[in-house]
Design a protein around this ligand. Structure first.
Ligand SMILES: NC(=O)c1ccc[n+]([C@@H]2O[C@H](COP(=O)([O-])OP(=O)(O)OC[C@H]3O[C@@H](n4cnc5c(N)ncnc54)[C@H](OP(=O)(O)O)[C@@H]3O)[C@@H](O)[C@H]2O)c1
Length: 392
């Protein structure tokens, strides 16, 4: 039977890898729908190559001239964020790969879960801000959620060695990013270029910054909490600079089961698509004899304050996680645009969380409200700081 796939965010790092995996898997996997936000040239190439029935361009300004470049093809083009929601729930789609960056992917992910689709989730921010809503919707509508994030894929695979009750704790590994060895003082002066030079993984710019602040690992703690229904006391983080052990599960008998592989997203993407089967495919074989040694160390929570906050936010839940994510998205955007320094990212997030009056229960309205409040707060804070700097 052919599996029809929609890729939300096909022009990004995960989206492009997903297409490579589908190429390698052969004719049992078909691209039914794609989406892009701004990279129309690449989307047009993908349409010509895969001939999907549907595409969505979430930023309508970029999509206006797409028809001209694919004129002879029958692909239906949908413009605007609603298009993303449409393709996530199409009858023609069996599996949705969620690979959009940031919380913009949330409405489409919820729509896919509501329509009972199989959901392969790379896009972690929606799980962070609306994990409970999403897991409830998926359970009610028989939607299977398969993690694509390499750490969660590793945990998902290791979990199959025992029952849920036999799990003592899960251990997420982290490369530590480019600033693993820096002091709190040195980190104040790091540049954008240094931040984007990740030692082991090639990823999109936002998640690369999140890895350097270790916000990415904080999100993964919250993600694991929801995906595996695991209390935060049973989640640990270990720095593992080689990024070969993708995560581990400790069982009650003391056994630790890990999943190992080259740092390459193609393997977790493929496993999410072929689950519960394993097939020979795209992954490079891992040569442990060439690697020699694997190191593990405790993360420094005084330097990587985002990770410490991540555990606190995971415990609080509700709108605290929404504010945590939105303040980070807004601050990272400012950092990528060169308007703030690296340390300002965590300062802006901490400030936002301190001012926020968190609600523990969560509706979609609460999410949108807390999200825009945090973004306004970050913008106002930056404006205030810039004005003060101008008058000093
Ligand atoms: N990269 C990795 O190795 C990796 C690993 C684990 C998890 N993840 C997670 O996977 C997600 C994608 O990461 P990535 O590295 O692939 O990001 P990326 O390279 O920046 O790609 C993001 C994708 O989302 C689209 N997009 C951007 N803004 C959008 C918006 N407002 N609405 C809808 N679509 C939008 C982009 O379209 P255009 O390019 O056309 O503008 C692109 O297709 C993130 O949540 C990340 O945390 C990534």
């Amino acid at each position: 039977m052919v599996k029809n796939i929609a890729i939300l965010g096909s022009t990004g790092s995960i989206g492009k890898n997903a297409l490579k995996v589908i190429d390698a898997l052969g004719s049992s996997y078909r691209v039914a729908a794609l989406s892009a936000h701004s990279n129309i040239q690449l989307l047009a190439e993908q349409i010509r190559r895969y001939e999907p029935g549907f595409v969505a361009v979430t930023n309508p300004d970029y999509g206006k001239n797409l028809r001209e470049s694919i004129d002879e093809l029958k692909t239906e083009i949908m413009l605007g964020p609603d298009g993303l929601v449409e393709i996530a729930q199409l009858d023609e789609v069996d599996t949705v790969i969620a690979a959009v960056v940031g919380s913009a992917g949330l409405p489409a992910i919820l729509a896919a879960a509501k329509s009972g689709k199989q959901l392969a989730i790379a896009n972690k921010e929606p799980l962070v801000i609306a994990g409970q809503l999403l897991m409830n919707l998926a359970n009610q509508n028989n939607s299977t959620i398969l993690p694509v994030d390499s750490e969660h894929s590793a945990i998902f695979q290791a979990m199959q060695s025992g029952s849920r009750e036999e799990v003592n704790k899960i251990i997420l590994t982290a490369s530590g990013g480019p600033f693993r060895k820096e002091t709190a003082e040195n980190i104040k002066n790091v540049s954008l270029e240094q931040t984007l030079a990740h030692p082991t993984w090639e990823m999109g710019p936002k998640i690369t910054v999140d890895s350097a602040t270790m916000m990415n690992k904080a999100f993964e703690v919250i993600e694991a909490h929801w995906l595996f229904d695991m209390p935060t006391e049973k989640i640990d983080v270990l720095i593992h600079p080689e990024s070969i052990v993708h995560s581990l599960v400790e069982f009650v008998d003391g056994s630790i089961i890990a999943q190992l592989g080259e740092p390459d997203m193609c393997l977790p993407i493929q496993y999410a698509l072929t689950y519960p089967r394993r097939v020979a495919g795209i992954a490079r074989p891992l040569r442990l004899d060439k690697i020699g040694s694997l190191r593990f160390e405790k993360p420094n929570l005084e330097i990587f304050r985002a990770l410490k906050l991540g555990f606190e936010v995971a415990q609080k839940g509700g709108t605290a996680a929404v504010v945590f994510n939105a303040a980070n998205e807004a601050a990272v955007e400012e950092f990528l645009a060169g308007r703030i320094n690296f340390v300002n990212i965590i300062e802006l997030i901490e400030d936002c969380l301190n001012k926020h009056d968190a609600k523990t229960t969560l509706s979609l309205e609460d999410i949108f409200e807390a999200d825009s409040w945090a973004r306004r707060e970050v913008a106002a804070n930056i404006k205030h700081t810039t004005q003060n700097a101008g008058t000093n």
